[in-house]
Design a protein around this ligand. Structure first.
Ligand SMILES: Nc1ncnc2c1ncn2[C@@H]1O[C@H](COP(=O)(O)OP(=O)(O)O)[C@@H](O)[C@H]1O
Ligand SMILES: [Mg+2]
Length: 231
C-alpha cells in the first residue's frame, strides 16, 4: 500500500492554498506533517479526502488516482479522516456513534474498538457532546477504524488532551502502525509527533520545505526552529 501525492495544488475558491505538495505514506509507517498555524496541514488532509473546491496534480493510492473520486468513494477505498474537531455526533450516544460508523464495517468491529478503548465501553450511553476531549478523540478514532481503513489521516489528535490521554492515543497509533496501517499525522506539537513518527514533512505557506527521518530531526532540533519558529 502506498499513498502518493505529487505536485499537488489545492484551492478554496480562488484562494490557492497548496503549491506543489509531494509526500508519500506507506503501509506500516507514521508520517508526521508539521507546520505553523495556517501553513496548509489541514488543507493537505482535506485535499486527499476530496474536501477542497479544486485539487490538481497527482494523488494516487495503490496506483489508482483519487482525484476524480468523491469523499465517500475515497473512504471506501481505505482512507479514513479524523478531523481536528473530531467529527463525532454530539446528539448521539457513544453506542449510536459507533453503530452508524459500523454500517459498512469489514475488518474492524465495534467489539474491536471497545477492546482498543475500554473507556468507551463504560460510556456507551453518554451523548457525544458530553464526552471529554480525550473521550471524543477515542470515539472519533474508533469511528474511523470501523471503516476498516488502511490509511488513517489524523488532524491534531493530541490537541487539548491531558498528557495521560495523549499517551493512550500514542499507544493506539503505534499499535495500528504495527498492524500495517499507514498513518499521516498532522501535529502542531512537534514533540508528540517526533515521538511517534518514522518520517517528517514540514509544510510552510502551502509548500513542503523539509522532509526527512524523524531521527534526523531529533538529532538536529534546529530544523524545527528554522521552519516552525519554535525552540
Ligand atoms: N475554507 C477555507 N476557505 C478559504 N481559505 C481557507 C479555508 N480553510 C483554510 N483556508 C486558508 O488556507 C490556509 C491553510 O489553512 P490550514 O490548512 O487550515 O492550515 P493549518 O491546518 O496548517 O493551520 C490558511 O491561509 C487558511 O486561511
Ligand atoms: Mg489545521
Amino acid at each position: 500500500m502506498i499513498l502518493t501525492l505529487t505536485g499537488v495544488d489545492a484551492f478554496y475558491g480562488l484562494h490557492h492554498v497548496l503549491h506543489g505538495v509531494s509526500l508519500e505514506v506507506r503501509a506500516g509507517e507514521i508520517v508526521a506533517l508539521l507546520g505553523r498555524n495556517g501553513a496548509g496541514k489541514t488543507t493537505t488532509l482535506r485535499t486527499i479526502m476530496g474536501l477542497v473546491d479544486e485539487r490538481r496534480g497527482v494523488i494516487d493510492y495503490d496506483g489508482v488516482s483519487l482525484l476524480g473520486l468523491r469523499t465517500h468513494e475515497i473512504t471506501r477505498r481505505g482512507l479514513a479522516y479524523v478531523p481536528e474537531y473530531r467529527g463525532v455526533f454530539s446528539d448521539l450516544t457513544v453506542a449510536e456513534n459507533l453503530r452508524i460508523a459500523a454500517l459498512r464495517a469489514r475488518d474492524w468491529t465495534i467489539a474491536d474498538v471497545l477492546e482498543l478503548f475500554p473507556t468507551l465501553r463504560t460510556l456507551q450511553d453518554r451523548k457525544g457532546g458530553h464526552l471529554s476531549g480525550g473521550e471524543q478523540q477515542m470515539l472519533a478514532i474508533g469511528r474511523a477504524l470501523l471503516s476498516s481503513p488502511r490509511v488513517l489521516l489524523l488532524d491534531e489528535p493530541s490537541q487539548g488532551l491531558a498528557p495521560l490521554i495523549v499517551e493512550t492515543v500514542i499507544d493506539t497509533l503505534r499499535r495500528l502502525r504495527g498492524q500495517g496501517m499507514g498513518i499521516l499525522l498532522v501535529e502542531q506539537n512537534a514533540e508528540t509527533a517526533l515521538e511517534l513518527a518514522d518520517r517528517v514533512c514540514i509544510i510552510d505557506q502551502g509548500s513542503i520545505v523539509f522532509r526527512g527521518a524523524a531521527e534526523s530531526v531529533q538529532r538536529q532540533p534546529e530544523i524545527l526552529s528554522t521552519y516552525l519558529a519554535v525552540g
